[in-house]
Design a binder for this molecule. Sequence first.
Ligand SMILES: [Zn+2]
Length: 495
Amino acid sequence: MITGTQQTHIETDYEVVIGLEVHSQLLTKSKMFCSCSTDYANDAPNTHVCPVCMGMPGVLPVINRKAVAYTIMTALALNCSIPEYSKFDRKNYFYPDLMKGYQISQYDIPLSRNGYLTVEHDGQTRKIGITRVHLEEDTARLLHHEGYSLIDINRSGTPLMEIVSEPDMRSPEEARLYMQKLREILVYLGVSSGRMEEGSLRCDANISIRPRGQQALGVKTEIKNMNSFRSVERALEYEAQRQIEMARAGKPIYQETRGWVETRGITVSQRSKEQAHDYRYFPEPDLPPLIISRAWVEELRMQLPELPDARRARYSSEYGLSMQDANVLTEDKALGDYFEQVMAASQVSDRKARAKATSNWLLSEVVRLLKANNITIQACPITPAALANLLDLLDKERITGKQAKEVLDEAFTTGEMPEAIVTRKGIKPPISDQGELVRIIEGVIANNAKIANDYRGGKTNALQALVGQVMKQTRGQARADIVQKLLKEKLGETP
Ligand SMILES: [Zn+2]
């Protein structure tokens, strides 16, 4: 058992070195080497299959052009270089979920090399090297039951992109941040669903430790079965501590594959790690090598959308949003898209004020309604135009903030435009006539003499009771901040 003090001591003595191998299924319509549909998630097992993805002898694979394009786009977004020539190779191993007894992958000439991505960590920008982004095919899926296992071939042959990082991460937290950043980029590119919980995005980690100051890398272990960002960080924290304890006890660390057991919070040894030569790689004889024209690479580069970092910077410069708001709005691409659509529907002169109001209403009230109803922003019944309309009504002081929340709730239920709701429900404009409001306030003070005296005697929270009375009498048509201000003024006067 390691105590807090020991842990601090150990962490100053040892440095943790982490590299990640991330696999992402690509959002193509058909599989990597056949025309079977990849849209099998809700279908019965073994219904999206053909002789090619079932690994029958004598069939010929055909390369999915879109999968190659998506891989090159990802590589460009990760600042990689794209060679003019690439090829596929056979990776040979025997496992029940591998239909052919080999996987078509890429070995020595992948589609891209030498990129990087940056993560913000402890106020610093850290550059994490990307070794390569390459393309391969997914395996079938085994479903284990008591005493027997079943196989579902639907997944077999789904395009699978692998993104290999350099061992540049120095803490489990940094590994999680890298993984989150990478997921954001893949989702922005539209090449991946980014769903770790469904296994369409997966992460394996290589981790080792070394005495601080030592250049040579320690013996690494490979950690598998982490299916959330949280489990990536937890598994690596556990494994780093395990290796440090072994080193301190003078015990050897073996190169092996270890599985993360979420329920127990530990990693367990699965098998000794294969070396590359165990796979007997050789060029895939059934596929032609790929000549990647510079014109095509440039065409794909032109198709790259605005990426999360650029969007974040723009939200700060163009809209004047705080970094925190810009972060939240861009983390989820769909939320950022919605924000932009509200701005596009807003015909206002003060763009920054409208951006701030949009961000506030979106991140508080709209997100609250989405969470309460367990739906995504894409399915939100309030259209961007409707939210812009609500903000227009607020700007024109046609409704109060309190009324606006009620109108928003109604719009969420009916899908109507806020203006139509205001008309239909006969919502009156806020009392703008101060004279009338002052008369109501004087009446409330006169009828609640005891509470008013309590306030004058120093019970400041008595004011809320009086505000409540005024709001009730004005049926919510007065602005709470103005009511408070006028009440304080009136109570300050001697009766
Ligand atoms: Zn097929």
